[in-house]
Design a binder for this molecule. Structure first.
Ligand code: DLL
Length: 432
């Protein structure tokens, strides 16, 4: 089943023609409307009209997260604020988030892509989509929401968390599709099991899981425990949100919606393009976005692309599961976390040293974060109350900047191991 048969099954030659035409239009718009892109292109002596073939995209400079941060909050928008109907945000590397914007057309395009993704897994009118992605600045909740409405499904906008209620409504409303992070789905499955719930008796048939890395092992567990088919969905705020690519019933990689995004794989060290079948960093250029176009945005996600024909009949290239990142970003309970965010908080705080360690674990399928922080010599005291006070304030600040709660463990000066090379800031004990 296709939502957009024409575009989803377009011959590759035609897709490339469409991509070139849309790329040229996008370049024209960013060159004229976004000083950052104009400057970047002028510095390289490139004009939009120099892009005559798709491969010419390689002449264009990359865009990285730092560029987004430097233009905080709206500096890379390509339309006047009057035309921006929504913003979302995700974690940046410091205290300030990365902000992205959408015009009404962008919101419609996005809903259409989620509609494609949901149709791919057999959802449509008559389905009940329990949307457990977080609503708010995160793109997951609202992104999936509008697409689910578009296909005529009934959306339950329950957002993340509140496991007891999730399980209750899943039964009472007869949810047929669950959308949330794979780790949360596994947690729901186990909590349901513990409560004596037999998922085989529920009408739940499909899960659309993403926003964090997961594995084939987790897929088997989810399919088995929840008695569903579990599908991978990928996306990132900078490029759209969820719905940049989606797994089809063949379950062998995610189709990238190439009529809207031009994907490249590059060698993360040299920046040189790599051929299909080789693993490297995924880079995206948006082809239709109006408010927040991106040119050769380096996702930092490691994967590979395949142009092999797919048994589902879709012609769009497929990307493998994301196997890692080229930076130190962690995804904890679906929230992107950079160790450098913790560092900036500690530098603001007088009482602690900027020596810290993030200890990440998965306890009962829930991510757990403990942050070890060294007290400074001058503050080191055995007055328990005072320590608790520092711990409390730090905990609060961390929750507000990172957007997730963490346990804070204050440790004595000089107890976090020093490294001679690159400091080790993270111990990740999770097994996917
Ligand atoms: O996580 C958008 C999203 C929401 C995708 C809901 C899917 C479902 P960000 O918060 O900007 O956006 O985080 C983007 O999350 O660069 C990847 O590192 C990671 N990521 C997203 N989907 C997957 C996935 C949303 N299916 C970052 N597998 C990306 C592995 C994923 N990693």
């Amino acid at each position: 089943m296709y939502w957009d048969r024409e575009f989803e099954t377009m011959p590759r030659e035609k897709i490339r023609e469409l991509q070139l035409e849309r790329l040229r239009a996008t370049l024209g718009r960013v060159y004229n409307n976004v000083p950052f892109y104009k400057k970047a292109m002028d510095e390289r002596g490139i004009r939009p009209s120099d892009i005559k073939a798709l491969d010419d995209v390689r002449k264009l400079p990359f865009t990285v997260k730092k560029d987004l941060r430097d233009n905080y909050p709206f500096g890379l928008f390509a339309v006047p604020m009057d035309d921006v109907v929504r913003v979302h945000a995700s974690s940046g590397t410091t205290g300030k988030p990365i902000v992205v914007g959408y015009t009404q057309n962008d919101i419609n395009t996005w809903a259409g892509l989620i509609a494609r993704a949901l149709t791919m897994v057999g959802a449509g009118k008559g389905d009940v989509v329990q949307n457990g992605y977080g609503y708010g600045l995160f793109t997951g909740g609202m992104g999936v929401h509008y697409g689910a409405e578009k296909i005529g499904a009934t959306v339950v906008p329950i957002s993340g968390g509140n496991t007891g209620r999730q399980l209750m409504l899943m039964q009472d409303f007869s949810s047929t599709v669950l959308t949330c992070t794979p780790s949360y789905a596994l947690y729901l499955a186990e909590e349901g099991e513990n409560a004596g719930l037999d998922f085989k008796k529920l009408p739940l048939k499909a899960g659309v899981f993403g926003a964090e890395p997961w594995s084939e092992r987790m897929r088997r567990q989810l399919e088995d425990k929840l008695s569903i088919k579990a599908y991978d969905i990928y996306g990132l705020s900078e490029v759209l949100g969820p719905g940049v690519s989606m797994e089809c019933p063949a379950q062998e990689g995610m189709h990238i919606f190439e009529d809207h995004f031009l994907a490249e794989i590059i060698d993360p060290e040299s920046g040189e393009p790599l051929p299909f079948g080789q693993q490297g960093e995924l880079v995206f250029t948006s082809l239709t976005k109006e408010a927040f176009p991106v040119i050769r945005y380096r996702t930092r996600d490691i994967t590979m692309l395949s142009e092999e024909p797919c048994s589902c009949g879709r012609t769009h290239v497929r990307m493998r599961r994301v196997t890692g990142r080229t930076d130190d970003m962690l995804i904890i309970r679906g929230v992107n976390v950079f160790p450098s965010q913790v560092e900036s908080i500690l530098l603001e705080f007088g009482e602690t040293e900027p020596h810290y360690l993030l200890v990440v674990d998965r306890k009962g399928n829930l991510d757990d974060l403990e942050i070890w922080v060294e007290l400074s010599e001058k503050w080191f005291s055995d007055k328990v109350r005072q320590l608790e006070e520092v711990e409390g304030r730090l905990k609060e600040r961390i929750a507000s900047v990172l957007g997730i709660s963490a346990r804070v463990k204050l440790v004595e000066p000089r107890t976090i191991p020093r490294s001679e090379g690159k400091a080790k800031r993270v111990v990740d004990k999770r097994e996917l």
